[in-house]
Design a protein around this ligand. Structure first.
Ligand code: AR6
Length: 170
């Protein structure tokens, strides 16, 4: 599998699936989530609402992932996953790793060959970027998958540099 780092906007990526850093309501929010729904259009929210009315009545649990259409995005699917809120008193790394693993598992179910990830939990959910980058890269590297290209789409030079450093270390 090829690992790529890109500085840019995840909603512009021409890949089979883009991963959304969602919340358990699946009904939208700020950050990546807001950008995906804005640019992808109402079809995505419609499928999210249907998921809440069926499989995920109680919301999508942290560390899990589920796919919908990508609406008007250049991608075919959006894989929604819920990252953990960072905590100084509790180690939630395993939940963050689970987001990457579960997203790749869903990508495999879909038959996606290229997947774009944001740096899950490193925005509104407060995860330190360096640690978030290490967990993201080490988890994706260790996960067996049919996905041929994983692209990390980093918003800004600082996030890009953190991922570059984590890639060098690993
Ligand atoms: N493309 C790529 N990366 C982005 C983009 C973009 N368009 N916009 C922001 N980022 P966040 P979280 C970066 O806050 O921390 C939402 O309200 C951002 O700089 O999107 O998992 C959800 O509904 C940061 O590095 O997600 C949840 O309630 C990273 O993407 C909550 O935020 C993730 O930031 C989830 O918080």
């Amino acid at each position: 599998m090829e690992l790529k780092l890109v500085q840019g906007d995840i909603t512009e990526q021409e890949v089979d699936a883009v991963v959304n850093a969602a919340n358990s309501s699946l009904l939208g929010g700020g950050g990546v989530d807001g950008a995906i729904h804005r640019r992808g259009g109402p079809e995505i929210l419609q499928e999210c609402r249907a998921l809440r009315a069926s499989r995920y009545g109680g919301g999508l649990p942290t560390g899990h992932a589920v796919a919908t259409t990508a609406g008007r995005l250049p991608a075919r699917w959006v894989i929604h996953t819920v990252g953990p809120v960072h905590s100084a008193s509790e180690d939630r790394s395993e939940l963050l790793a689970s987001c990457y693993r579960e997203s790749l598992r869903v990508a495999d179910e879909l038959g996606a060959r290229s997947v774009a990830f944001p740096a899950i939990s490193t925005g509104i959910y407060g995860w330190p970027m360096d640690d978030g980058a290490r967990i993201a890269l080490s988890t994706v590297r260790r996960t067996p998958t049919g996905v041929l290209e994983v692209r990390f789409v980093l918003f800004g030079a600082e996030a890009y540099a953190a991922f570059e450093e984590a890639l060098r270390e690993g």
